[in-house]
Write a new protein. Structure first.
Length: 508
């Protein structure tokens, strides 16, 4: 029979025998209506999406392979004369997965299978790292940002144009077309900006006050328009007809960089800037060198999110999948004092380097002052104790010495005290940081950190194999779908490698 035509060293054989049986039609019942014509099997579509990421195919190429590739048809149990699907069927199926919160289905099923066969175990060692994902959008200048925001809004309110005042209709016609500032002088650019700011202001006021305001306020294009205006222009305290003032520098964690993808953020790390998102990846650290590492967690964050903030979500996800690790290897950004303490309370050892001790020396007048954390006493170089101590932020302590103490002190000219006495702020030496910094100097620590390096190869494989560096889609939800399928594809390829090695050993 054709079912037995595939050999164990064929990737589709691994899919046929281990992955496809896990995918149940019942898992997709809520995605389809009982009315209308019968849909294409969601099992077929899900496997096609997995194969699409394994082989790096477009929707059109994947649909073509389903029609002509014999190994695909055998793995899916399709007839030889199966005519295939239209490429847009994959587009609609991805939308169904997103709308029904099933973006992680393929990745979760593959991971669950790896747990059942013992390749991924609870309480093992894991490592985590991040990389950038470039959004499917280009960077815009501020003039382009304003004009494109207005243009996209005009596209959405075309049907409302007859209800606009004549002045707004003229602005609608002006902004409905793209703009070019090539060769424009600084004066012309300033005019573009002021006109765009005033236009945003009047359209926001019109949208909030027109009779169809409920429909307009619900538009994503209107929300983007309002956000871009508030982030780039200052309108408070100005008269109603006044031109809003441009904010000279408009940047921030939530700053919209393009109306075509409002969720994409501009970030800079290691001297490299990008517009898009940040990818978090975690994988197992196997004790047996013959076994590959498998991805246990893959998710997308805002590009401006700090890596350390991803740790709670990672642990919660692993706990929900009964895969909470006993040890985690990570770089400096993850090893904050807060994360080390929180994970220690959960019996998880977060390993990795911490921020180095500050090398900047205090000013001469502040040198020699010490703080004893046990007794909570600040002493000056002459041995006198501060009469008053207060704490600022988690790691700072402020001390004030009595004026009479400093009055006749022989070090008075060096310390330069204030009239009320010397005041100084010191940074407390955190015990966790101190212990970790000492450990970082040992050979045992450096050797243990070699286990973290493998995550770099995994990220490189995802970038080269699944084209993870640049998203195929726009929007954070679709980017997440993109990376979840990439993670599922990578794990299946590693599982297939394990099976090939096992078959080779058995044959020998």
């Amino acid at each position: 029979m054709l079912r037995d035509f595939l050999r164990p060293d064929d990737l589709c054989y691994t899919l046929q025998m281990e992955i496809i049986p896990r995918i149940k039609l019942a898992d997709f019942e809520t995605m389809y209506s009982e009315k209308g014509r019968p849909p294409v099997s969601p099992v077929v579509l899900l496997v096609i999406l997995i194969l699409q990421y394994i082989e790096g195919l477009s929707d059109r190429a994947a649909a073509s392979n389903l029609r002509f590739r014999l190994d695909w048809k055998i793995a899916l149990g399709l007839e030889l004369d199966y005519e295939g699907i239209h490429p847009t069927t994959l587009v609609y199926f991805r939308d169904r997965l997103l709308n029904n919160e099933q973006a992680s289905y393929a990745f979760d099923q593959v991971l669950e299978h790896l747990k059942e066969i013992g390749l991924v175990k609870k309480g093992g060692k894991q490592r985590i790292d991040s990389t950038h994902v470039i959004g499917e959008v280009r960077e815009l200048s501020r003039i382009e940002l304003f004009h494109e925001t207005l243009r996209l809004f005009m596209e959405k309110v075309k049907s409302h144009k007859p209800m606009m005042p004549s002045m707004l209709q003229e602005k609608h016609d002006y902004y409905i077309s793209p703009i070019s500032t090539r060769g424009a002088s600084d004066k012309q650019k300033a005019k573009f900006i002021s006109e765009a700011g005033l236009s945003m202001k009047v359209f926001i006021e019109w949208g909030e006050g027109c009779r169809d305001s409920a429909d307009i306020l619900a538009m994503e294009a209107f929300r983007t328009l309002s956000t871009v205006f508030s982030q780039n222009f200052q309108d408070e305290g100005l008269e109603e007809s006044s031109v809003p003032a441009l904010i000279p520098i408009a940047t921030g964690k939530d700053h919209v960089c393009s109306p075509h993808e409002p969720e994409a953020r501009y970030a800079n790390k290691g001297g490299k800037g990008w517009l898009g998102y940040k990818l978090q990846v975690a994988e197992t650290v196997p004790e047996d060198d013959d076994l590959p590492n498998f991805i246990t967690y893959i998710d997308v964050n805002d590009a401006t999110d700090h890596d350390g903030n991803a740790v709670p979500a990672f642990i919660a996800d692993q706990d929900g999948k009964d895969l909470k690790p006993s040890e985690i290897y990570a770089d400096t950004h993850y090893n904050s004092v807060e994360n080390i303490e929180n994970l220690a309370r959960q019996s998880i050892d977060l390993k990795g380097p911490v921020v180095p001790e500050p090398t900047k020396q205090p000013k001469p007048e502040n040198q020699g002052f010490t703080y004893d954390a046990e007794t909570q006493i600040i002493r000056c170089p002459m041995g006198f104790e501060a009469e008053k101590i207060s704490f600022h932020e988690p790691d700072k302590v402020h001390g004030r010495f009595a004026a009479k103490t400093c009055l006749h002190c022989e070090r008075r000219d060096v310390c330069d005290p204030q009239k009320r006495g010397k005041q100084i702020t010191l940074r407390k030496v955190n015990a966790i940081l101190k212990t970790r910094r000492e450990a970082m100097q040992t050979e045992a620590f450096k050797k243990d950190m070699h286990k973290r390096n493998g995550i770099e190869g995994t990220i490189s494989g995802l970038v080269r194999g699944q084209k993870l560096r640049r998203s195929r889609f726009r929007g954070k939800a679709k980017v997440q779908l993109h990376i979840k399928f990439s993670g599922a594809a990578a794990n299946i390829m590693r599982l297939h490698k394990v099976r090939c090695v096992q078959n080779f050993k058995n044959a020998a």
